[in-house]
Design a protein. Structure first.
Length: 426
């Protein structure tokens, strides 16, 4: 038995399911999760000292690699001045200035401590600003665990939402409309029915929570014009895509400006951080300037700001995102080649430093239903065989993979070779 196994048993005594966030429990792939002891660059080491090439990167934040020496040094120095003050600090202004400089649509920004808080705040702000209650989201997109956002489509495409967790009141969920990602006609149809009741559309501009699904050409532009036509706000949830798919985030890559943007993950460099920002006129509706309440004891925490700013500094280097994209392309094409050689049907999506592999003979995967048609059992086998060989992929067929600047050509080669061995054995 491994130390990870023992640690998982011990964890389950006082932690529900032994984990502090459900996906870590390996429910989607079976077996025990590995317990991590430390990580460096592209590698994670488990409690038994085994090394893994890591393609999760803490679900996105570790874009410059784990324990980057400059990030660690900056955090160490900041910690010596105290961990939290609950009062303004200069570094929060530095962060706000930098974010507004980099992200095309952002004129003001408010920091939070998680992506979930950021999306909850964005939804409240959109509702408060427009005076409307309904919101529109997409099937397979995840926006954190806020009540209004833990909602799935009811039966039939155009029905009101139903909670996908007990504890979310049906009377709240009914204000969340859910349609299929990449289907602009469904969006238009919903707006023709409920247009003057909808406060906002919230969307992951590249979906990363149903594996990786890029927007179809024209989809994001379509959302922009529907919102403009009906006086609704467009929210890009860039918690995952922010600073990962491009320096200016997905909105720069696809050249579509949302009214509000939520950020998380990369912006905190691995510390607990989220942010909501956007058009000045809308942001001024937030407390203490405006009537929409939003707050946080640890928001703008100085250590988190330090880690995030240093990470942003490193990834602002010229060519950073081009290199990351090129590495992702090498990895994905290499694995697809191996799948072809092994006669295993596989499709892939990738944008910048995020990617998705799909066990399917569908030529493309563009929405949640198509992701759901892929062979998740085969993915589970692939995942575990790769894990045995020291490659750590996201433990679910419904999660995207992430690369970092620390992944070397040798790491990619090793991963492709091992994937080839595993695919031959499937
Ligand atoms: N939005 C998106 C797009 C996300 O991927 C996530 C987290 N995976 C969240 C929101 C929620 O962020 P957090 O887990 O930090 O609350």
């Amino acid at each position: 038995m491994t130390k990870s196994h023992d640690l998982f048993q011990a964890a389950q005594k006082h932690i529900p399911g032994g984990v502090n966030s459900p996906v870590r429990a390996f429910k989607g792939v079976g077996g025990d999760p590995i317990f991590v002891e430390r990580a460096q660059g592209a590698y994670m080491y488990d409690a038994d000292g085994k090394r893994y090439i890591d393609y999760v990167g803490s679900w996105g934040p570790m874009i410059v690699g784990h324990a980057h020496p400059e990030v660690i040094a900056a955090v160490r120095e900041a910690a010596l001045n105290g961990l939290s003050f609950g009062a303004p600090t200069a570094i929060e202004t530095e962060m706000a200035d930098r974010v507004c400089e980099l992200v095309p649509s952002m004129e003001m920004v408010r920091m939070t401590s998680s992506g979930s808080e950021a999306t909850m705040s964005a939804i409240r702000l959109a509702r408060g600003f427009t005076g409307r209650d309904k919101i529109l989201k997409f099937e397979g997109c995840y926006h954190g665990h806020g009540d209004s956002l833990l909602v799935k489509a009811g039966s039939g495409a155009l029905t009101l939402g139903v909670p996908n967790s007990p504890g979310v009141p049906a009377s709240l969920a009914e204000h969340t409309l859910t349609v299929s990602f990449n289907d602009i006609e469904q969006v238009q149809e919903i707006f023709s029915q409920y247009g003057n009741e909808i406060a906002c559309i919230i969307v992951e501009p590249v979906a990363g929570n149903m594996n990786c699904v890029p927007p179809a050409p024209g989809f994001l532009e379509g959302l922009r014009s529907v919102c403009d036509d009906h006086g609704a706000l467009l929210i890009f949830d860039e918690v995952m895509t922010g600073f990962r798919v491009a320096l200016g985030c997905a909105q720069a890559l696809y050249n579509v400006k949302p009214d509000l943007t939520t950020l998380g993950k990369v912006i905190g460099g691995g510390m607990p951080v989220g942010a909501v920002g956007g058009r000045r006129q809308v942001m001024e509706y937030m407390s203490p300037l405006g009537p929409v309440y939003q707050a946080g004891t640890l928001s703008g925490n100085p250590i988190a700001m330090t880690a995030g700013l240093k990470t942003l500094e490193i990834l602002s280097a010229s060519g950073f995102h081009d290199d990351l994209s090129a590495k992702t392309e090498t990895l994905v094409n290499g694995i697809l080649d191996e799948a072809k050689k092994a006669g295993v049907p596989m499709t892939a999506n990738r944008v910048g430093g995020m990617f998705g592999l799909f066990f399917t003979d569908q030529p493309q995967v563009a929405n949640f239903q198509e992701v759901g048609r892929c062979d998740t059992e085969r993915f589970g086998k692939f995942f575990h065989a790769m894990l045995d060989k020291g490659v750590y992929l996201a433990p679910s067929a419904f999660e995207a993979g992430f690369l970092s600047a620390a992944h070397s050509a040798e790491d990619l080669e090793e991963t492709i070779r091992k994937a080839g061995e595993v695919l031959q054995s499937l």
